[in-house]
Unconditional design. Sequence first.
Length: 367
Amino acid sequence: MYEWGKLIVEKRFGDKPKIKPSVKRCSITEYGGINRLSEELSLKGSVTSGGKPANAIEEPEQKGQAEIMVDYLKGLLDFSLSIPPRVPYDSVDKSTYAEVEERIFEEWRRRQKSDIFERNIEIWRQFWITCERSDTIVQIVDARNPEFFINNDVRKMYPTKRHVLMINKDDLSSTKKQIEGYECLYYSALDIKAVPKIVLGIDGSTIGFIGYPNVGKSSTINLIMNQKRVKVSQTPGKTKAIQTIPLGYKKRLLDCPGLVFPRHSKIDLMLHGILNVDQLLDLNKHLEYIIDFVGINKLCRFYSLKGFYNDSRYSKGVNYINLMSSVKGWEVGKCLKMIIKDFTSGKIPYEREIENLELGFDWYVKE
């Protein structure tokens, strides 16, 4: 009876068309809600729906080929870096490679202590391919704090490659220091004529561009091509796949999508312009850190706030934000967002200053 009914349905409606699985190329740096819970349970090996409970006693099953290979690679690969290990092609059968690669990536994710990092394996595949095909790997970093953006694990993972730092936004920094182990090229993406010459002067027939989102990689490439070849955006993950750009005779550039390495806190990523401040709903709990990081002296000058006094009943951060909120007529959250946006855009200088000791003066006198 069942088979007969199935035949009638198939005859009337036909077989369902086979849907080719799509490749998700969007950047995923953080999960929220049910997706976050699902990730945690998945990485712990729990059952999220259907099947038997996670704590059920089962008969031991014979390990499959993929599982055996995963166990073997866990003892062979380096999971200590902020870059997921690459599964070697010559060690894994083609039929099980995708499954083994996914499970090794999940193992690396499980070991990460940071909450904010690239979780989409497809973005990491673009990174691996870019580095493997390049003679020279170029990290594009921000001149205001190069060390924050430099990932030395790239050099550890690809020791035979040539490594270069293109240090952007040098117009926003007063210092130009050389960083050990790298060829350092300072520049500004605003300098239309200089940028193409700098890139063409880099050794190697294939040059790979990598780096965090929003460090000026897309703007740099657009200058090289003298046109809007790559979309520029404040949203991480705008570039979703490797782009190959010819640079002349036997020379090309590979542009890798920007990605976030598991090295920093969310608020630090926002203060360095890597993540959009609008993505964090509750800035108030980071108030003290934000005010201290930017500096009260610079904030008072930039927003023309006069008459700042440090009431010892409250912290410096609270005293400052209360003054700014009352003068501007904004709520605290809006004040903090404006501070971060003005700071990351370069309107407020990055260099730290020695705070005025008078800010610690306790003017409050109990009546």
